[in-house]
Design a protein around this ligand. Sequence first.
Ligand SMILES: Nc1nc2c([nH]c(=O)n2[C@@H]2O[C@H](COP(=O)(O)OP(=O)(O)OP(=O)(O)O)[C@@H](O)[C@H]2O)c(=O)[nH]1
Length: 128
Amino acid sequence: MKQRMRVTCGVIKQAGKFLIVQRAGGTSHAFKWEFPGGKVDPGETESECMARELKEELDIEVAVGERLIPIEREESNVIIELIPFFCTIIGGEITLLEHLQLAWIDINKPIQYDLCIGDYSIVDQLRG
Ligand SMILES: Nc1nc2c([nH]c(=O)n2[C@@H]2O[C@H](COP(=O)(O)OP(=O)(O)OP(=O)(O)O)[C@@H](O)[C@H]2O)c(=O)[nH]1
C-alpha cells in the first residue's frame, strides 16, 4: 500500500487578500510559494497541527476555522493529502521563521507567483 502524508495549510485573509509564503532553498519544492503549514504529526489532530505549524512558521496564534476540500496528489510514490483550513489570527505578529518572503494575493487576479502545484486547486476553491 502506498504511504500517505497529511499536510495542513492555512488560508489567512486580511483586507480582502490571502497570505502566501515562499519556501526556503534546500527544502523540497524550494522557492515555490505555498499556504503556510506542514505535516500532521502522529497523535495530533489536523486542527492541532494547523495551529502548531502557524506558530512554528509565522509566530502567530490562530483560531482554526472551516476545513476546505482536501487536495490529493501523488509524489515520489507518496500520496500527499493537502488539507486547507481558514484561519484567523488571534495573537502575535507575522514573523517569517522558516520562509523567505510573504505576499498578500488578490484571489481574483492572475496569480503572479509560482505556487506548489496542489495550491492552484485551493485558489480555485477560494474563487468559488
Ligand atoms: N505547507 C505546505 N506544504 C505544501 C503545500 N502545497 C504542497 O504541495 N505542499 C507540500 O506538502 C509537503 C509539506 O511539507 P512541509 O515541508 O511544509 O512540512 P513540515 O513543515 O512538516 O516539514 P518538515 O518538518 O519535514 O521540514 C511538502 O512536500 C510541500 O511541498 C502548501 O500549500 N503548504
